[in-house]
Design a protein around this ligand. Sequence first.
Ligand SMILES: Cc1cc2nc3c(=O)[nH]c(=O)nc-3n(C[C@H](O)[C@H](O)[C@H](O)COP(=O)(O)OP(=O)(O)OC[C@H]3O[C@@H](n4cnc5c(N)ncnc54)[C@H](O)[C@@H]3O)c2cc1C
Length: 274
Amino acid sequence: MKPSPFTYRRATSVADAIVLLAVAPDETAAIAGGQSLGPLLNLRMTTAGTLIDLAAISELRESRDLGDAVFIGAGVTHAEIEDGKVPDPSHGFMRRAAAKIAYRAIRCHGTIGGSVAMADPAADWPCILLALNATARIAGPQGERRLAMDDLLVAAYETNLAAGEIILGFEIPKLDDTARAASSKINRKTGAFADSLAVAVRQGARSRVTLGAASIRARILPQTSAALAQGESLEALRPLVASDVAALLAAPDPYLQNLHATNVMRTLAEVLGA
Ligand SMILES: Cc1cc2nc3c(=O)[nH]c(=O)nc-3n(C[C@H](O)[C@H](O)[C@H](O)COP(=O)(O)OP(=O)(O)OC[C@H]3O[C@@H](n4cnc5c(N)ncnc54)[C@H](O)[C@@H]3O)c2cc1C
């Protein structure tokens, strides 16, 4: 199928994009890599009167070392992260995780900002950035603001971005030298979205474990994260994982319970070196 007709505008700067998006915010959509929005438009699962292309905005492609954190621009592609073309706050973890997203052709176009703005509950970056305790920098007609990932994600395909706002990028705290981070993705075939996506970051009191594809959005596993922070063993974590996963599922389901709990235990085994 082909999309409904739309007007195409290529923004040249963040300020330009915000002006263009403000003309008719409810009928206008930003497009970055087009890897999610393109198929949705083609299948007519969504429509847009005007598409504002963000791909030529150099500000969105910038990344920099901030000292304690790294800023990665929203327009940076999955492949650029995989290839180490941006500063890495995570001792290589983000590079390895990026390589597990979709296929290389999609990774060459799809962007970290588009992935988070899309808010697919099974997508990789929302779950990873939540585990890394990232903060999104956002710009809109009212100026700039910052939102922690936990506050940005709302539900399936829903974020706290207001109409006319765009994500500028993400500030990601650097992991310290003792930290370990891992992700485990269960999917039916290479390149498919996750049936279960678990991410664990072990870093003392800042330890965090997140789970995607289990509910309407990526979530922090609270009991598991707290126990990991306290240095509990893998076996001590097992019942807490089971309890956290059960709390996320919409209804009791032994298959999904086992799938997600097993997946979380895999990431925990990796970060604990067990
Ligand atoms: C076959 C296939 C397999 C895939 N597998 C995976 C996978 O395993 N894991 C995974 O995580 N993803 C997967 N994806 C999705 C892919 O990673 C997309 O690139 C990503 O979800 C969207 O990024 P994009 O830059 O292409 O965004 P677009 O498709 O251009 O836009 C997506 C949404 O984000 C909005 N948007 C884009 N940029 C911004 C911004 N800076 N600020 C505000 N809003 C913005 C758009 O308005 C739109 O609503 C897959 C896609 C396909 C087609």
